[in-house]
Design a protein around this ligand. Structure first.
Ligand code: FES
Length: 157
């Protein structure tokens, strides 16, 4: 079935495009909206975004595939984005990644067998002063240790 925004998302989309000089400029917020609404950016969803913005599929795909915050495949219920750029790397991101891989039996870019957790190594999340940082869905968890991260993860249902 072709993806289509519901009434409320359609209203949000109209509000987004009203704030930009042209539809192309509204690409990133529209992709964010589409990802929030549909969970991830399938080819069908990217095609729909292209229709909305009057842009070719290739332009939408180029933008969506450039940024790691856009999901081009389904992820777990909890999507863990582990920053592995310099500040986080110096403050233990490597050990955090290793721990997550051991804990859930998955590598970066994979989802646990129960569909609950996915892990992805990402570039700087912009919170270097409180490194190391892991983003779980929309929430940042900062100044982490493995114990602190486990305390957060073990409370998720
Ligand atoms: S280096 Fe990790 S948040 Fe910037």
């Amino acid at each position: 079935m072709k993806p289509v925004f519901n009434e409320s998302a359609e209203k949000e989309f109209k509000d987004i495009i009203s704030r930009y000089p042209n539809k192309r400029a509204a690409m990133l917020p529209t992709l964010h909206l589409a990802q929030r609404e549909f969970g991830w950016l399938s080819r069908e969803v990217m095609g729909y975004v292209g229709e909305l913005l009057e842009l070719p599929f290739s332009d939408v795909y180029d933008a969506a595939s450039f940024y790691t915050m856009f999901k081009l495949k389904p992820t777990g219920k909890y999507h863990l984005q582990v920053c592995h750029t310099l500040s986080c790397a110096l403050r233990g991101a490597g050990e955090i990644c290793k721990h997550l891989h051991q804990k859930y039996g998955i590598e970066s870019g994979e989802t646990s067998a129960d569909g609950k957790f996915s892990v992805l190594k990402v570039e700087c999340l912009g919170a270097c002063g409180t490194a190391p940082v892991v983003q779980i869905n929309d929430d940042y968890h900062e100044d982490l240790t493995i114990d602190k991260l486990d305390a957060v993860l073990d409370k998720l249902d």
